[in-house]
Structures are given as C-alpha cells and as structure tokens.
Write a protein that binds this ligand. Structure first.
Ligand code: ADP
Ligand code: MG
Length: 255
C-alpha cells in the first residue's frame, strides 16, 4: 500500500483538522517595498489540540494567524476553518464565519474600557444576537477565577485579570477555534503562566481548539505541538514540547 508513502512533510498531521492552510502565500507591497510574509505554507491545526506557532520576529506568525482566521486575504493558496474555504467568502460571509466560528485573544487584551468584565465577556454573543448559556458562562467565569470581578471595568483589573476576561470572552461561544496572538506578551511571568494554564485546560478539559502565536519557548511548552516558522516558511515541528526542546530547535535555526 502506498498510503504510508503519501505521508506529508510534517510527520504528525492531526487526525481531525479544525483549520488549516494549503500552499498559502502572502505578499505585502510592491516593487522595492515587496515583502513575502508567507511562502507556500501548508499546515493543519488539530481539533481539541493546543498548537503553538513559534518563530522569530518578522517570520510571518501573525500573518499566518490572520490569514487562517479570515482577518486578512491570501495572495495565493487557500485557508480554511472547518471545511469552509475562506477565499470563497465575501466580506459579509467572512465576518459571519469569524463571529460564529472563531475566538480571538490578543496581546493588548482588546477589551472595551466602558464595559464591565461581564459585559466584555458576553459582548461578542450580544453582537451576534445570541444569549449566553448561563451554566456554561458560570463554568468559564469560575474556571478563570473572575467570579468576584465581573462588575469591574478593565482599568480596575490587573493585566492578568484583563487577559483572563479576554480568554473567557473567547471561550464563551465555544468557537471552532481560538487564535491567540502573543497572549502573554504584556504579562509578567506569573500572570502569563496563569493565562497559558487556562488556555491549556480549555483544550484538555473542555475540548477547545487553540492556536497560539508566540516567540517565547516557555509559552510554547504549554502547547501539544509547536510549528516553527522562519522567513515565511514552516521549517520544523515538535510534539509534546518542553521549553528546553523548543530552545534547542530555535538555536538550530540561528546556526
Ligand atoms: P511575526 O508575527 O512573526 O513577527 P508578521 O507576520 O507580523 O511577523 O510579519 C511578517 C513579515 O511581513 C514582516 O517582514 C513584516 O514586516 C511584514 N508585514 C506584516 N504585515 C504587513 C503589512 N500590513 N504591510 C507590509 N508588510 C507587512
Ligand atoms: Mg506578530
């Protein structure tokens, strides 16, 4: 049988794909200003898995996330969430897919300052015209340890608490996939490890799918799998990563 021989370059494709890209290229600008941010990237993100996208600054991590999340268009190739090919969608349909299937956590928290923690958590559902499932909301709020802070506004919360609000907001709609771009970039190591722990627990205990962009080997070690990017290409991957193992791979690129 030739099935084994057809195994793709990445040795451990996840059994069920929640999202992915095939031959995805992204070019910004023209002429002198032309930048190839992604060069024919093919990758799958497994369902109920925590995948980290790791690489140096400028390697294309955010661009990959933005293209697969439907926040940016692709120059060539394709990106999909579930079995929805994003390039077939118009802007209105893309907005709908993001709203219904994707949760986001950003480095800068992106909370609305005039809303309470609870209002921030439920805002995306409110925009989509959906009511939160109260037991699920209670579960998530308890999980991220915000029960006593729901009436606080972002300015009354620490950075770690604000990011936990953002994680709860992303988890509430049980999206097909959560994308987190450097979610611990603005946090001290203790608050960062709390947020990473919640993201990991959401995968292990709640079956959530999470893709996290990071340049921090310790953050990447919370994931089930690390995909390495360099100069817009996937160069390597690591399963069950440790921070040491991730650092070793990074050193290999430098040499
Ligand atoms: P990373 O997240 O790994 O730091 P990015 O995906 O942000 O990298 O960027 C990859 C490359 O694409 C970089 O060279 C960056 O300067 C370039 N780039 C990213 N966004 C834009 C943009 N909107 N316009 C022009 N160039 C961009
Ligand atoms: Mg980035």
């Amino acid at each position: 049988m030739s099935l084994q021989a057809a195994t793709p370059v990445l040795a451990h494709p996840p059994a069920v794909s929640a999202a992915g890209a095939t031959g995805l290229s992204k070019v910004y600008g023209q002429g002198e200003a032309r930048v190839v941010a992604l060069d024919s990237v093919s990758v799958e993100f497994g369902r109920a898995r925590f995948t980290a996208i790791m690489g140096p600054s400028g390697s294309g991590k955010s661009t990959l996330m933005h293209c697969v999340a439907g926040l940016d268009s692709v120059s060539a190739g394709s990106a999909r969430i579930g079995d929805t090919e994003l390039s077939t969608l118009n802007d209105r349909q893309l907005t709908q897919v993001r709203r219904e299937k994707v949760g986001f956590v950003f480095q800068a928290f992106n909370l609305l300052p005039t809303l309470t923690a609870l209002e921030n958590i439920t805002l995306p559902l409110a925009i989509a015209g959906r009511k939160p499932n109260q037991p699920w909301l209670d579960t998530i709020v308890a999980k991220v340890g915000l029960s006593a802070r729901l009436g606080h506004r972002p300015a009354q919360l620490s950075g770690g608490q604000q990011q936990r609000v953002a994680v709860a907001r992303a988890l509430l709609s049980q999206p097909e996939i959560i994308f987190a771009d450097e979610p611990t970039g603005n946090l001290d190591s203790r608050a960062g490890s709390e947020v990473l722990g919640f993201l990991r627990d959401s995968v292990r205990e709640l079956g959530q799918t999470v893709v996290m962009v990071t340049h921090d080997p310790v953050a990447a070690s919370y994931a089930d799998r690390v995909v390495f990017l360099a100069d817009g290409r996937i160069t390597d991957e690591l399963l069950a990563p440790t921070a040491e193992g991730v650092l070793d791979r990074m050193r290999n690129f430098d040499s």
